[in-house]
Design a protein around this ligand. Structure first.
Ligand SMILES: *Cc1c(COP(=O)(O)O)cnc(C)c1O
Length: 451
């Protein structure tokens, strides 16, 4: 994949620590930050970033990190992907903003065309563009409510849909996302997720869906449900992959009940799971699909794509926003999608899975602290538990993630119980770099949980 990385400013694809961490310049910036930035915003890494390229991030002291996080599944095409850089530079020089609701431009239309083409299903589709994942999810709910004339929204345990008022209500986890921020939007109902590692052994996807339908029908009433909203693989909730059959059962129920099936593919989208969208793994065709994160190589862009009759049910002027579908972000998205297509990043994600999964399973076997290995493509995770139990071990998860950072590997955690170590490498990461990252992970696990 290194052919992707040959831009003029290419940074060596290597892990290289040249100072203690954080280094002196990062420490200086941390001190400035403490006096300027609210402590309400946290950061995973103790270092400050100066540049990135492909699969590495370089800090202000010259330390180079292997990135297994992609800025939370955003830089799927790699940091500073050459085609994206060129497209952004050209667009910035042409014009940066008109507001699509004032002066429309081709880039927005072209991104909508791509979304309509790439998302599952060959029905007639329309798209609208926004800035963030939360905004996309919120607008999908607006569309579903108008189109159905109903108000209830069904969401799942462990769900994460964002931090705005409505999306906080849709999100499951209290701390840190919701704590103290209520009251939350109404008409949001939570039902159990299919979570094979924690469900009763052998529970099928259909059985898990039936458990949800029983609650929906008795506590909400099918006729009141505007939408069922789900991440096909949960992101912040811990990379929970529902049992096979769960997602198709939900879509069937929606068809029967006149509810809109919304897939939140903000984290799973754009080649992350080895397909353009994770819904494809079970031939699920969402009525509406929310996208963001990986769509534009790091530029803020989000979309809602769906059945034309649903999207067009909203009155003209009902959807929009000052920056939604910004021309620079659209140029980045078009270059990102082109890069994904030309370099077959779905295949790259599957290759990452083929490298990582056996290593993660071996790790689980060796250390005894991994209760579950799961995920798809380049969206993989291990759930850490106290040996021989299913009791979450958040402290160990945090310690291991921090130790990886100290060794120059960027890892992220997730999970309702903060006991999931998740991996989201840029899809262009070189095989050697990925292997080195996994070697570091092995050593860190052995130091913290060796037997
Ligand atoms: C990140 C995320 C969101 C929110 O996206 P923002 O751009 O942070 O608002 C929504 N849904 C899922 C599944 C996400 O992973």
């Amino acid at each position: 994949m290194t052919d992707l990385l040959t831009g003029p400013d290419t940074v060596a694809q290597e892990r290289r620590l040249v100072t203690e961490l954080p280094g002196p310049r990062s420490r200086e910036l941390a001190a400035r930050r403490a006096g300027a930035v609210t402590s309400a915003v946290g950061s995973v890494l103790p270092v400050y970033v100066e540049r990135g390229s492909g699969g590495v991030v370089v800090d202000v002291d010259g330390n180079s990190f292997i990135d297994l996080g992609s800025g939370i599944a955003v830089t799927n095409v790699g940091h500073a992907a050459p085609e994206v850089v060129a497209a952004v530079q050209a667009q910035v020089a042409a014009f940066t903003h008109t507001c699509f609701m004032v002066g429309p431009y081709e880039g927005y239309v072209a991104v909508a065309e791509e979304l309509n083409r790439l998302t599952p299903g060959d029905h007639e589709k329309r798209s609208a563009l926004f800035n963030t994942g939360a905004e996309a999810v919120e607008n999908a709910v607006k569309v579903a409510r108008v189109a159905t004339g109903r108000s209830a929204v069904v969401v799942f345990d462990h769900a994460y849909h964002g931090r705005t008022n409505l999306t906080m209500a849709l999100t499951a986890k209290n701390m840190p996302y919701k704590h103290g921020f209520g009251p939350f939007a109404g008409e949001v109902y939570r039902v159990p997720m299919s979570y094979p590692f924690r469900d009763e052994a052998g529970m099928t996807g259909e059985q898990a869906a039936a458990r949800a339908f029983d609650l929906i029908e008795t506590q909400i009433g099918a006729a009141n449900v505007a939408a069922v909203l789900i991440e096909p693989i949960q992101g912040e909730g811990g990379f929970v992959v529902p049992a096979p059959g769960f997602l198709p059962a939900l879509t069937d129920w929606c068809r029967r009940s006149g509810a809109v099936f919304i897939a939140d593919e903000v984290q799973t989208g754009f080649c992350r799971t080895g397909a353009w969208f994770a819904s494809e793994h079970e031939q699920v065709v969402p009525d509406l699909i929310a996208t963001a994160k990986g769509i534009a190589g790091g530029m803020p862009l989000a979309g809602v794509t769906g059945r034309a009759e649903l999207m067009d049910a909203v009155h003209t002027g009902g959807l929009g926003g000052t920056y939604g579908g910004n021309p620079v972000a659209c140029a980045a998205a078009l270059a990102t999608i082109r890069t994904m297509r030309e370099h077959d990043l779905n295949a790259a994600a599957r290759a990452i899975e083929a490298t990582m999964l056996p290593r993660l399973h071996a790790l689980a076997e060796r250390t005894g602290v991994v209760g579950d290995v799961r995920g798809r493509g380049a969206m993989l995770a291990v759930e850490l538990v106290e040996p021989g139990t299913t009791k979450p071990d958040a402290a160990l998860t945090n310690a291991i993630s921090k130790a990886c950072h100290a060794e120059g590997v960027i890892t992220l955690t997730a999970g309702t119980h903060s006991n999931v170590l998740r991996f989201l490498p840029p899809l262009v990461i070189g095989q050697d770099l990925l292997t080195e990252g996994l070697d570091v992970l092995d050593a860190v696990f052995d130091a913290h949980a060796g037997k």
